[in-house]
Design a protein around this ligand. Structure first.
Ligand code: ADP
Length: 229
């Protein structure tokens, strides 16, 4: 990448980020204006609008923390600091973060990882991958569904399997793009950054990801990390 490419890609990045931040900010402003214009006197309307504003702030919060994760991964490009990590460790970290949401949706999460299964990776970045994949699996799986995190026979390979809403074949290549969401209206808490962070980390590790999915049946995300020589 030469200097002018870098400048272009960072100004694209700033334009994309600004665009994403603008919508929730505009919504919050509109809600406050409506309240000040008299909606505050109607108790029910006031509660409804404050709840909407709260959701928008929540979305901003998720957006900012995802942006920070993105930036952190970009900064660590030069020094990857890989180690052997027992796959059960980042899995537990991700499970702790999603367990409440999974419980509230009555989703069963099964860990089927062979003892001793290890991945050669940057520990924080592997945590981030497991977290993003598991968060998606829980978000896009309906109540009563099931998620399995399993090690595969090939060394360095593992999968996250869900019984969720699935992904249409033509959408699969797009979901790794920054800010891309298949159904933004239905999933307000989504930012479209999770999988682009995953892809970025996988590229740094020269690792690959494969998705197989069937709509209304579920998806499997299979990751293959290279082993050191
Ligand atoms: P986010 O989850 O914040 O929207 P991602 O980049 O992680 O962002 O995912 C992009 C889109 O890919 C999601 O909005 C969703 O439409 C789709 N997606 C990701 N994971 C799954 C999954 N396990 N099942 C169904 N759709 C998914």
């Amino acid at each position: 990448m030469n200097n002018s490419d870098e400048t272009n890609s960072s100004s694209n990045w700033i334009a994309e980020v600004s665009h994403e931040l603008r919508l929730p900010i505009a919504n919050i402003k509109l809600l406050i204006e409506t309240l000040l214009d008299g909606a505050m006197d109607d108790n029910e309307a006031c509660k409804r609008m404050l709840k909407r504003a709260y959701q928008e702030v929540d979305r901003l919060n998720i957006l900012v923390s995802n942006l920070l994760s993105h930036e952190k991964v970009a900064e660590e490009r030069s020094e990857l600091n890989r180690k052997w990590i027992l796959l059960k460790e980042p899995t537990q970290y991700a499970l702790d973060s999603v367990s409440q949401l999974a419980k509230s949706k009555n989703i069963d999460i099964v860990v089927d990882i062979k003892n001793g299964c290890s991945i050669y990776a940057n520990p924080e970045q592997l945590d981030q991958i497991l977290l993003n994949l598991l968060e998606n699996a829980v978000k896009f799986t309906d109540k009563g569904g099931r998620i399995v995190i399993k090690s595969e026979d090939a060394p360095g390979k593992f999968s996250v399997v869900d019984t969720g809403i699935g992904i249409a074949p033509e959408e699969i290549p797009k979901i790794f793009q920054r800010f891309y969401r298949i159904n933004p209206e239905q999933h307000k808490g989504s930012t479209g950054l999770g999988l682009s962070i995953v892809k970025h980390i996988l590229d740094l590790h020269e690792a690959t990801i494969q998705i197989t999915s069937e709509q209304n049946k579920g998806s499997t995300f299979s990751l293959q990390f290279p082993n050191p020589n």
